[in-house]
Design a protein around this ligand. Sequence first.
Ligand code: 6GU
Length: 244
Amino acid sequence: MRIDIISCVPKLLDSPFSHSILQRANDRSLSEVHVHDLREYSINKHGHIDDYAYGHGAGMVLMAEPIFNIINDLKKEREYQEVIYMTPDGEVFNQQIANHLSISCENIIILCGHYKGIDQRIRDEIVTREISIGDYVLSGGELAAAVVADAIIRLLPGVLGDETSALTDSFQDGLLAPPVYTRPADWKGKKVPDILLSGHESKIDEWRLEQSMERTQERRPDLWQKYLESHPEVTSKKKKGKKK
Ligand code: 6GU
């Protein structure tokens, strides 16, 4: 998969893709991330890419023309399945959207907003999808774009060492992940649950599922409600207050 990120502060995106899993994905040619500086597409001699918003008091807005031109240039080279605009008023990102983009896209453009946003006509005419990463405001779309790119790239086949590990992530089955432990089995008198040392694979799986359910029920009643709706057999067994 190829992801082209358009930003007016490209340096903000130097680091996230040059370490750990995302770097490995890039080194193995499983993903390609290209960050483009929107300023290189400024259309006036001052190098401006933004201008005052029409109407009063609304601040600076990224102009349509530079964005249109850079996206046009990219589209001459290859076909893009999505042009995503990162904005706090977009659809709130989640694992389902990450799964969908990871499976169905070969090339994606991610456009980062800054200031008071971008000219609405670009959103109307060119953007295919608008994504927010949560109900809070960031100073620009760059960190949000890195979040979305990370969530998509780690799902690409071959990126994670253990092929099954993305399947056992929190949210993949609608539940939070269970607790995990490593050596030593006794740390300052705190013991790892016996079941995990037992070697009974099916019992361990059962324990993990129970722990996932308890965690989800306690921490994310909203997710738990959805889980119950899609797993009618669970309802009575795991009611609140009845542990194990
Ligand atoms: Cl995508 N951009 C900005 N500026 N703030 C955000 C966001 C995006 N998602 C949540 N907050």
